[in-house]
Design a binder for this molecule. Structure first.
Ligand SMILES: NC(=O)c1ccc[n+]([C@@H]2O[C@H](COP(=O)([O-])OP(=O)(O)OC[C@H]3O[C@@H](n4cnc5c(N)ncnc54)[C@H](OP(=O)(O)O)[C@@H]3O)[C@@H](O)[C@H]2O)c1
Length: 260
């Protein structure tokens, strides 16, 4: 199926590895003109040949740098993927272990980054009648199953996507959410300090941590999710083929969310 994304201008945040990198590759394969945003350029991202903008998306200034840099490179955005997010530093422990500074840092990255990037990009999205996809987490629907600052920030992001879709639909801008479950990225396979700390807190290695989490969450598909599977959902929702889908929350979660 041709997704009708050829030559479309796209921005992907958190794009140097994991789900963001897989999304960059999938959009590029569809012929989109892609700008990737992260603080660093990995070898794998450089190999895609896309334009890279370096920005720290946990700050307002970084969000503006990202959008302005992308628009300078490819013009008004047809597609905006707010993928950046995840753990910030040490996320082990319970409610009493997270001080204001931690809550603030996690919400900046997992909620406010998307708010700020969308606000900056919105005039251009109105002109293109573009599409936004926010990457949340199935933890938004299961907030007791992960670090509270993270799951509640993702719950806010999912709710924000629904509200924004209702408001912006009348301007021709669609907003959808993709909510992954445990996906084979740095958190589970060794690149991430947060993953290593979570595993250490349980006294296991990261592969074992992933297996334990799958069992505890009751994966119906029996295996960890691949970043490319999440990227496929993101790219479809961003494409004109999903032109009648607005305000959806699409779960790529191995069937762990049991709610109807
Ligand atoms: N992996 C999972 O199991 C899972 C499950 C549910 C939801 N998710 C969500 O899916 C999204 C992607 O997760 P992932 O696992 O693919 O992440 P990842 O592998 O940890 O990659 C995170 C990306 O974000 C960039 N990044 C981190 N902090 C940044 C900052 N302050 N400013 C700019 N860029 C920053 C990183 O690049 P630099 O370090 O170069 O900046 C990297 O490219 C996140 O929103 C996450 O919450 C993931």
């Amino acid at each position: 199926m041709d997704l009708d994304l050829r030559d479309k201008a796209a921005l992907v945040t958190g794009a140097s590895r994991g789900i963001g990198l897989a999304t960059v590759k999938a959009l590029t394969a569809e012929g989109a003109r892609v700008v990737a945003v992260a603080r660093t350029t990995t070898k794998e991202l450089a190999a895609t040949g896309v334009t890279v903008v370096h920005a720290d998306l946990s700050t307002a200034e970084g969000a503006h740098t990202a959008v302005d840099g992308a628009q300078d490179a490819v013009g008004d955005l047809d597609v905006l993927v707010n993928n950046v997010g995840g753990a910030v530093g040490d996320m082990a422990g319970g409610f009493a272990d997270f001080d204001d500074e931690k809550w603030h840092a996690v919400w900046q990255l997992n909620f406010l980054a998307a708010v700020r990037v969308i606000r900056r990009a919105l005039p251009g999205l109105h002109r293109t009648r573009g599409a936004v996809v926010n990457v949340s987490s199935i933890g938004a629907r299961m907030p007791g199953q992960g670090p509270m600052p993270y799951t509640t920030a993702k719950a806010a992001l999912t709710a924000f996507g629904t509200a924004l879709a209702q408001e912006q639909g009348r301007h021709g801008v669609r907003v959808n959410t993709v909510s992954p479950g445990p996906t084979r990225t740095g958190l589970w396979i060794g690149e991430s300090e947060a993953g290593a700390r979570l595993a250490a807190a349980r006294g296991v290695d990261q592969e074992t941590l992933a297996r334990q989490v799958l069992a505890e969450l009751g994966f119906t598909t029996g295996r960890v999710i691949e970043p490319e599977e999440v990227a496929a959902a993101i790219v479809f929702l961003a494409s004109p083929r999903a032109g009648s889908t607005n305000g959806a929350d699409y779960h790529v979660d191995g069937g762990i969310n049991r709610a109807p």
